[in-house]
Design a protein around this ligand. Structure first.
Ligand SMILES: Nc1ncnc2c1ncn2[C@@H]1O[C@H](COP(=O)(O)OP(=O)(O)O)[C@@H](O)[C@H]1O
Ligand SMILES: [Mg+2]
Length: 284
């Protein structure tokens, strides 16, 4: 495995060259970071759970017509994805005030927002991922206006779907972060796709009854029980059996390996769907 070419090593994942042209392998690490990398820890088993959760959520989103980079799970820590030209933005969708929104605007954490709010951040660690608006995005050419509309529409749709899905398993989807990328087709057509990961690393998930936090805030705020929380999410999604796959910091590898197959069966064969710009009107 280590012979493969590393394309990029990030904070939570390593991206390797894939087995086929146009593919990458995403390896999910156990590393956790917060406060723009200042706070660091290794949380045994986190990568395994995030890999499974993200594979599952991407597969579910595909089934409602959201194109995603996910191709298939490879093993308990790795998934094969389409190689995309990444858009340098983090798209955050919020339903309930928490984190930086609560702080910046002085809204009590846990307050339901009057309607979902989509925010954009320029993905640049050196700058601490500053917030940007639609004029920055168009002006600096990160997206053209058509792509921006498409991304906003997709993000709302993802929010609607995930909200319902999590509500069904007794979780509040407080907010989450998405990343998108472009895939260029054979004839120069463009496919916008959901990329990166969707997991408790980049979603805020609270128990609907108790508001207990079941996401990365447990790490950020030193609440303890981080892996147990991630496992709880996976368990409620039906991705790991009760009791989970991680106990006392060690992973039941055999069980984890057998679960990979399930994602792949669900993912099945998938065809590319175009969500592209309308072809330019021909000059006459
Ligand atoms: N399908 C994809 N194609 C190319 N790059 C991707 C794809 N999905 C995610 N990425 C990028 O790979 C990296 C994943 O590693 P991660 O640890 O999350 O990095 P970071 O610390 O930059 O957030 C991110 O920079 C993300 O933008
Ligand atoms: Mg990341």
């Amino acid at each position: 495995m280590s012979r493969r070419k590393v394309i990029y090593e990030g904070k939570a994942k390593i991206v390797y060259e894939g087995p086929e042209p146009g593919t990458f392998i995403q390896y999910f690490k156990d590393d956790a970071t917060a406060m723009n990398g200042e706070k660091k820890a290794v949380i045994a088993g986190k990568g395994v759970l995030n890999n499974r959760i993200s594979a599952h959520l991407m597969t579910r989103l595909e089934s409602i017509g959201i194109p995603t980079h996910f191709i298939r799970s490879v093993n308990m820590r790795e998934q094969m994805v389409r190689q995309l030209e990444m858009i340098p933005l983090e798209v955050v969708v919020r339903n309930i005030a928490a984190g930086s929104l609560a702080k910046r605007l002085g809204i009590k954490e846990g307050t339901y927002l009057p309607r979902p709010i989509v925010e954009f951040y320029f993905k640049k660690d050196e700058l601490g991922d500053p917030m940007v608006n639609e004029d920055h995005i168009i002006g600096f050419g990160w997206l053209d206006p058509y792509e921006l509309d498409e991304i906003i529409a997709m993000s709302w749709r993802i929010n609607d779907y995930l909200n319902g899905m999590f509500a069904g398993i007794g979780l509040k989807l407080v907010d989450f972060k998405l990343e998108y990328g472009r895939l260029w087709g054979e004839y120069g057509e463009l496919y916008l796709m959901l990329a990166d990961e969707i997991s408790p690393d980049n979603c805020r998930l609270w128990d609907a009854q108790t508001n207990e936090k079941l996401d990365k805030d447990r790490f950020r705020q030193d609440l303890g029980g981080v892996i147990e929380a991630y496992q709880q999410v996976a368990e409620r999604l039906g991705l790991v059996p009760k009791g989970g796959i991680i106990e006392g910091g060690s992973i039941n590898e055999q069980l984890a390996a057998s679960l990979t197959q399930i994602d792949n069966e669900l993912a099945g064969e998938r065809r590319l769907r175009s969500v592209t710009k309308p072809t330019k009107p021909r000059k006459v």
